[in-house]
Design a protein around this ligand. Structure first.
Ligand code: SAH
Ligand code: SF4
Length: 344
């Protein structure tokens, strides 16, 4: 099949254009058509000569993202199901919050990490998404937005482990964060990872435009490797040591996500231990009460347990918020949860 233009970086499109013997700046025009105007055909690119459009059409194609289904919850959350060309499906969730419109996107069809509490993990791994498939979730959702609505933030917290699909995610983020692309600034993009240490270091070394969130979910190696098999390969202590040495930009903090599961990781002792193991890391903590789902036997802790856990962290000086599931019944298959700050 012809290459999808959205799977190419700016340099890739420049090479394509150079191959046709045309001016390099045409590549920038094409990028603007794809990402600023959401073009899905060459005919729309009216500032390119007809002949060039025809030549491009023989060498490349443009995917046209249409959600297969869209569901709306009473709280304003919208969930989208995208069908990929090979029949796989992924989800994206749009979350309105005060002045923000945050889109949670997927980076893989399925996930190979096998975390015990996660529906995506239970379903197994199908394949990596291409850069174009990652970006098409933003473009497909944008197409259906109302007047005046614009995606302001993007979180990589849908299906899949973004850092297990490093190259495609890096390329997609590069495009997301430029004016030629989706125009989201680096500070408005958050990548959440299970904790793949070499790739976390690479993100910083290569200046990939995103903030970092790490799913911690436990305070001991024993519990973490029970919940998250990847912890056997990248132990908790090594992960925390790596976090300590990351070259974080000034005033920026790492977000640690901690899914609270009744009787597994929600004790006061856990909360105290968390305050100790995070000491010295510039960070904030998002507590996520376990979102109960069919087939997974874990339970959400009681409200008072959640608040007690938060209180220990707040008293130790950590910015700690509780993120609630958003969208009620429709949110069950996506890990993204709304931010709600509760009183201390
Ligand atoms: N693979 C990445 C990003 C996708 S998962 C990661 O693991 O970070 C996004 C978030 O959803 C993670 O913090 C994960 O711990 C959380 N999550 C997964 N299943 C959940 C559930 N059933 N209830 C609450 N949070 C869940
Ligand atoms: Fe994969 Fe993240 Fe789910 Fe773990 S929590 S199985 S890494 S999607």
């Amino acid at each position: 099949m012809l290459v999808n233009l959205k799977d190419l970086s700016l340099e890739g499109i420049e090479a394509l254009i150079a191959g046709l013997g045309k001016e390099r700046y045409r590549a920038r025009q094409i990028m603007r058509w794809l990402y600023c105007h959401g073009a899905s055909s060459f005919e729309e690119m009216t500032d390119l000569a007809k002949e060039l459009r025809a030549e491009l059409g023989r060498m490349a194609r443009i995917s046209s993202p249409e959600p297969l289904a869209e569901e709306r919850a009473a709280d304003g959350t919208r969930k989208y199901l995208f069908g990929l060309e090979d029949g796989n499906q992924v989800e994206s969730v749009l979350i309105p919050d005060d002045s923000r419109l945050t889109l949670c996107i997927s980076t893989q069809a399925g996930c190979a990490m096998g975390c015990r509490f996660c529906l995506t993990g239970r379903g197994g791994f199908a394949r990596d998404l291409s850069s174009g498939e990652i970006l098409d979730q933003i473009l497909g959702v944008t197409k259906g937005l109302g007047p005046g609505e614009r995606i302001s933030n993007c979180v990589l917290m849908g299906m899949g482990e973004p850092l297990a699909n490093y190259d495609n995610v890096k390329q997609a983020l590069g495009i997301m964060a430029t004016d030629l692309g989706c125009g989201l600034s680096r500070r408005r993009i958050t990548l959440s990872t299970v904790g793949l240490i070499p790739q976390i270091k690479r993100l910083f070394a290569e200046g990939v435009p995103c903030r970092l969130a790490i799913s911690l979910n436990a305070t001991t190696q024993k519990v973490r490797s029970y919940l998250m098999p990847i912890s056997r390969r990248y132990p908790l202590s090594t992960l925390l040591a790596a976090c300590r040495s990351l070259p974080l930009p000034p005033r920026e903090r790492i977000t640690f996500e901690y899914v609270l599961i009744q009787g597994v990781n929600d004790s006061t002792e856990d909360a105290r231990r968390l305050t100790r193991i995070l000491r010295g890391i510039r960070c904030k903590v998002n507590l996520i009460p376990f979102n109960e789902c069919p087939g997974i036997l874990f339970r959400r802790p009681q409200e008072k347990t959640i608040l007690r856990f938060q209180k220990v962290l707040l008293e130790a000086g950590y910015t700690t918020i509780i993120r609630e599931s958003r969208g009620g019944t429709i949110s069950a298959a996506c890990g993204q949860l709304r931010v709600r700050i509760r009183g201390s």
